[in-house]
Design a protein around this ligand. Structure first.
Ligand code: AMP
Ligand code: MG
Length: 332
């Protein structure tokens, strides 16, 4: 099993040295746990792809310790980048910008752009400051599997690497990946829904386009798409069916052990007793709380020996949109 370390000053220092030397360190961020490597060291970055079983055509987000450090990696820094960085960094927002030459092809999957984020979690921040280098870090799970929101989740996902270090920063406060916005063309485009609601971005930028494409793995190789757009992603091993709240009664499958993933008052419907297990993401109907609990609930249901997981769509406001996006891909 990997080694779980508390974020003591000593452990943070050792982990930072390991990163600088080309090793891998998984660490807490406010979104999900990341699997980090020195972003400017292609050999180190290759280790991420190997450990995750991630296809090489998937670009990685580069984590930095300040806006200035982000600017050092991007060939252009338009006003809109400054505006968003000032308003939302450090935090769960990733900016895609033209890259500088120093950023290896492996990190950007050969794209001319680099994805940058200054995370808010104190463990991530201290690690980045001590390592004093940009850190490429996708979610610390096997490719296409459920993202980890605790150190224990990472250890379970990447248990085949006994040498991996995991910096434990407690459960993630957001629990969903960062929102990714591309600033490389005339108009900003949201590439991935995530922990920062589109409505919050729109308050700064006005109405936004969301690239709501679902792509197959083969299409990713064109380099246009990104991994969060895969039609199958974030998937439990148990089959998952996504339903509208009104269709819940149709979910009765008496022969099978069915689990329910629901939200708010949905579980109070007459069909509730038909389910072997019920996970309510937020009984009080709060989409932020639901985002925090989403992946842990999927993991619990996946381990409950079910034949089927039925998930009910959330109201498509705020983080409800991002959660529905993940459930759709988990259901594929
Ligand atoms: P993950 O590392 O698994 O959280 O996923 C990385 C996400 O970052 C993808 O879903 C993309 O949306 C985005 N991304 C990373 N690098 C780039 C890039 N160079 N161009 C466009 N999107 C990117
Ligand atoms: Mg991921």
């Amino acid at each position: 099993m990997p080694v779980v370390l508390l974020p003591t000053p000593d452990n943070l220092q050792r982990a930072a040295e390991r990163l600088r030397a080309g090793g891998l360190v998984a660490f807490a961020t406010e979104t999900v746990y990341g699997l980090g490597a020195h972003a400017l060291d292609p050999g180190a970055v290759a280790g991420i792809f190997e450990l995750k079983g991630r296809p090489l055509f998937d670009p990685l987000i580069v984590h930095v310790s300040s806006t200035d450090r982000a600017r050092e990696l991007s060939a252009a820094w338009p006003d809109v980048a400054e505006c968003l960085a000032t308003r939302f960094w450090p935090g769960p927002l990733t900016l895609v910008l033209p890259r500088r030459e120093v950023v290896p092809d492996l990190v950007t999957a050969g794209l001319p752009n680099v994805a940058l984020r200054w995370p808010a979690h104190p463990v991530a921040q201290q690690l980045l400051l001590l390592a004093d280098c940009p850190v490429a870090a996708p979610s610390a799970n096997r490719f296409a599997s459920i993202s980890p929101t605790s150190a224990a989740d990472v250890a379970a996902e990447l248990q085949h690497d006994p040498d991996l270090w995991i910096l434990d920063g407690g459960p993630c406060t957001h629990g969903l990946e960062s929102t990714v916005i591309s600033l490389v063309s005339d108009r900003p485009i949201v590439l991935r829904l995530g922990s920062l609601a589109v409505e919050d971005l729109e308050q700064e930028l006005g109405p936004l386009t969301v690239a709501n494409r679902s792509v197959k793995e083969s299409e990713l190789q064109s380099g246009l798409a990104s991994p969060g757009h895969l039609s199958r992603h974030y998937s439990p091993r148990t089959p998952l069916r996504l339903m509208q709240a009104g269709d819940l009664d149709a979910a009765r499958e008496r022969q099978q052990r069915v689990g329910l993933l629901c939200f708010g008052a949905q579980a109070n419907s007459s069909s509730a007793e038909d389910f072997a297990v019920i996970e309510n993401l937020s009984a009080k109907g709060d989409t932020r709380e639901a985002a925090t609990r989403l992946y842990a609930a999927l993991r619990l249901l996946d381990q409950a020996g079910l034949d089927l997981i039925v998930a009910v769509e959330l109201p498509p406001q705020g983080l409800g949109r991002a959660i529905n996006d993940r459930l759709r891909r988990a259901s594929h």
